[in-house]
Design a protein around this ligand. Structure first.
Ligand code: FAD
Length: 420
C-alpha cells in the first residue's frame, strides 16, 4: 500500500538525512506549512550524530562573525555561492534561533560560539524539541530509499521495508559524500558530484626533529607552501605524528584538493616568528653577541619561542650544543635565521582521527539555485549542508553553512507546498 495522496495536490516534503541541515530544514518547512507532511528519513539509528560529537562535545554552533562579506572568506569552497544566502540567514540568526528556543549562546575570545551550557546536548535537544513541536515525522533506520520521479513532477520515495511516499518536494541533506558513489540520490536524480576529498586534517611529518617536539604549541606561526598560493597563520601544535592546530587545519582546508592530488606528500615552510622581520632578529643576534657572549645559544631562546622548539631549531641550524653567542659566525646566524623564519617541514601523510573532519567536494554548485537551494536540473529537488561542494574552515563555519542552506531549503519547500 502506498503512502500516496491526491496525485495533483500533494503537501508532502521528504528530507533525506537527519543531520544538522536536514533537521533544520524540516523545522523551517513545517513551521511555515502547518498542514504539510514533513518526513525525515535517516539511515542510521541516530539523529544529529555529528552535532552530538562536534566541538569536542561542546558544539561550536557558529562563528561570531556577522558580516556576510567577511564570512564568505572562510569557505575554501562555496563562499561566493553563500554570499546571498548569508544575507538571508547568518550567524546572528542562528544565535537568535537557538536563544528563542531556550539555548543561550556565548562567544569565546577566539571568535567561536558555543551553547552557554558547553554541552552539545543543548543544541540536539533544542532541534529535536522544535521538530517535535511542529509535527515533523522523523523515521530512523531508513537508509537508501529507492527514489524515482513520477507524473506531475512528484517523487516516489520507497524506503526499504516501508510503504512508498509520494512527495512534491525532496531535500537531499545526506552529508559529505564518498568517492565513486554512483547510487548517491543526487547522482540518480541527474546531478554531478565534485570528487570528494578530506578537508581539515592534521599533517604527518617525516622530520624526526619535529616529531620529538610532540606536545609543544606555538601561538603564532605562518605556514606557506612554496610555489603555491597556500599560506595560513595561527597556532600550531606539534604532535607525535607531525603538526596540528588551527594554522594546519586551515591550510589543509584551503589546499585540500591540491594536497590530495599530491598524495599528501609535500613540503611546507614554517615561519615561527611571523610578526618579526629578519632585521629585528639579526639585531637580536648582534645584541646577544655583545651582551650575552658567554651564554650558550640554546639556553637563550628568542622571546616568545618555546625552549624545546628553540633548542631544536638551534640544532637543525647546525650549531653544536656548547656553542656560545660569542663563538657564533655569520653562517651560524644565517642558518639559524633561516630555520626561525622558514623551517622546512616534510609532510608525509594526513591524520584525520581526532580532527573536525569535513568533506571538500559534493554536489556541483552550478547545478543549485542558492536563493532557494533548489536543483537547476530537477524541479522540486533541494540540497542543504555538506552534501554540497561547500566547506568552511574550523570555527563553526560548517554548521553555519548547514543552518543557512537548511533554512533556505525548508522555507522554499514550504512555499512550493503551499503553491500546489
Ligand atoms: C568530529 C567532528 C566534529 C565537528 N565539529 C564541528 C563544530 O564544532 N563546528 C562546525 O561548524 N562543524 C563541525 N563539524 C562539521 C559538521 O559536523 C558538519 O559540517 C555538519 O554536521 C554537516 O551537516 P549535514 O547535516 O550536512 O551532514 P551530517 O551531519 O553528516 O548529516 C547527514 C545525515 O544524513 C544521513 N544519511 C546519509 N546518507 C543517507 C541516505 N542515503 N538516506 C538517509 N540518511 C542518510 C547520515 O546518517 C547523517 O545522519 C564536525 C565534524 C566532525 C566529524
Amino acid at each position: 500500500m502506498s503512502d500516496a495522496t491526491d496525485p495533483v495536490k500533494n503537501e508532502t516534503a521528504v528530507i533525506l538525512g537527519g543531520g544538522a541541515a536536514g533537521i533544520f530544514a524540516a523545522i523551517a518547512c513545517a513551521e511555515r506549512s502547518p498542514n504539510a507532511r514533513v518526513i525525515v528519513l535517516e539511515k542510521s539509528p541516530d539523529l544529529l550524530a555529528k552535532v552530538h560529537i562536534s566541538g569536542g562535545g561542546r558544539c561550536n554552533v557558529c562563528p561570531a562573525c556577522f558580516e556576510p562579506k567577511e564570512l564568505v572568506g572562510c569557505y575554501p569552497r562555496g563562499g561566493k555561492a553563500l554570499l546571498g544566502a548569508f544575507h538571508k540567514f547568518q550567524p546572528r540568526d542562528t544565535v537568535e534561533w537557538f536563544e528563542k528556543r531556550g539555548v543561550p549562546i556565548k562567544a569565546e575570545p577566539d571568535g567561536r560560539m558555543f551553547p552557554a551550557s558547553n554541552n552539545s546536548q543543548s543544541i540536539v535537544h533544542a532541534l529535536l524539541d522544535a521538530a517535535k513541536n511542529v509535527g515533523v515525522d522523523i523515521r530512523t533506520h531508513q537508509g537508501h530509499p529507492l527514489i524515482e520521479t513520477i507524473e506531475n513532477g512528484f517523487f516516489k520515495v520507497q524506503p526499504q521495508g516501508a510503504s512508498a511516499i509520494v512527495a512534491s518536494a525532496l531535500l537531499v541533506a545526506t552529508g559529505g559524500c564518498r568517492a565513486g558513489e554512483r547510487d548517491h540520490p543526487a547522482v540518480l536524480l541527474g546531478h554531478s558530484l565534485e570528487p570528494p576529498v578530506p578537508s581539515l586534517f592534521s599533517m604527518n611529518l617525516s622530520d624526526k626533529w619535529a616529531k620529538e617536539l610532540a606536545g609543544v604549541s606555538v601561538p603564532d606561526v605562518a605556514l606557506h607552501m612554496p610555489s603555491t598560493r597556500w599560506s595560513q597563520g595561527g597556532a600550531l601544535l606539534f604532535t607525535h605524528a607531525g603538526i596540528s592546530g588551527p594554522a594546519v587545519l586551515r591550510l589543509s582546508a584551503w589546499g585540500a584538493r591540491d594536497f590530495s592530488n599530491m598524495g599528501y606528500q609535500f613540503k611546507i615552510h614554517a615561519d615561527f616568528l611571523p610578526r618579526k622581520n629578519s632585521d629585528d632578529i639579526v639585531r637580536w643576534f648582534d645584541r646577544n653577541r655583545r651582551e650575552n657572549g658567554a651564554k650558550s645559544v640554546e639556553s637563550t631562546p628568542f622571546n616568545g619561542l618555546p625552549l624545546r622548539l628553540w633548542k631544536a631549531l638551534v640544532s637543525c641550524a647546525g650549531l653544536a650544543v656548547e656553542t656560545r653567542w660569542a663563538m657564533t659566525r655569520k653562517e651560524d646566524a644565517a642558518s639559524l635565521l633561516a630555520w626561525m623564519k622558514s623551517a622546512p617541514l616534510n609532510v608525509s601523510g594526513k591524520n584525520a582521527n581526532k580532527d573536525e573532519f569535513v568533506t571538500c567536494g559534493g554536489v556541483n554548485l552550478k547545478e543549485v539555485d542558492f536563493r532557494t537551494m533548489e536543483s537547476r536540473i530537477c524541479p522540486g529537488l533541494y540540497f542543504a549542508g555538506e552534501v554540497l561542494d561547500v566547506d568552511g574552515i574550523t570555527g563553526g563555519y560548517n554548521f553555519q553553512a548547514a543552518w543557512t542552506t537548511g533554512w533556505l531549503a525548508g522555507a522554499a519547500m514550504s512555499r512550493q507546498l503551499s503553491a500546489q
